[in-house]
Write a protein of this length. Structure first.
Lengths: 117, 112
């Protein structure tokens, strides 16, 4: 079946540096992808909607200049955390709507654990 | 404003018992209600989903009950097993292609 992958699965970076996370739809095209952030023992909170060929839409309170999203192709969206700080340490998860699926079935990636030291 | 309220926060069930998790929503425009299972360090996986035109859906040991008038839906796990120990999230959305809105999650522990 269709799969969404993320890379890397785990990354450690130093405070002040930037880190890029990739989200790929492996055998289907996704004009839209969603980026969520999940802190320990908490729920998934939508950060932004990534749209192929256009600007991402950010949720209230999410800094668009800090969390750069690029959806350059129909199978790849990237999230770049710029000038990362320890409070950005979290589990980042992407999802993509299942093509020709149910009303809103979504495939979720395996997540990327970001630790900022 | 929390649009999907989930309870309980945690649940302990004996092996073979029934686990019940409840969710309530506010937006009457929601038309898709999935339940996700998540293990530590993994992404969420779709367990079962329902649309508001049916009151119940069953897949194996998992059943969703839906009450449109009360704006509530619940997940029942029959014959709960230790392998079911995970965090469960209810979610909702109001149209295809939009992001899901998640409840806060329920941590289920099934004792053997």
């Amino acid at each position: 079946g269709a799969v969404v992958s993320q890379h890397p699965s785990w990354v450690i970076c130093k405070s002040g540096t930037s880190v890029k996370i990739e989200c790929r739809s492996l055998d289907f095209q996704a004009t839209t992808m969603f980026w969520y952030r999940q802190f320990p023992k908490q729920s998934l909170m939508l950060m932004a909607t990534s749209n192929e060929g256009s600007k991402a839409t950010y949720e209230q309170g999410v800094e668009k200049d800090k969390f750069l999203i690029n959806h350059a192709s129909l199978t790849l969206s990237t999230l770049t955390v710029t000038s990362a700080h320890p409070e950005d340490s979290s589990f980042y998860i992407c999802s993509a709507p299942k093509p020709r699926g149910g009303p809103n079935e979504q495939y979720f990636g395996p997540g990327t654990r970001l630790t900022v030291t | 404003q929390q649009q999907v309220k989930q309870s309980p926060q945690s649940l302990i069930v004996q092996k073979g018992g029934i686990s019940i998790i409840n969710c309530a929503y506010e937006n009457t425009a929601f038309d898709y209600f999935p339940w996700y299972q998540q293990f530590p360090g993994k992404g969420p996986a779709l367990l079962i989903a329902i649309r508001p035109d049916v009151s119940e859906k069953k897949e194996g040991r998992f059943t969703i009950s839906f009450n449109k008038s009360a704006k509530q839906f619940s997940l029942h796990i029959m014959d709960s097993q230790p392998g079911d120990s995970a965090t469960y999230f209810c979610a909702a959305s109001n149209q295809a292609g939009t992001a899901l809105i998640f409840g806060k999650g329920t941590t289920l522990s099934v004792s053997s």
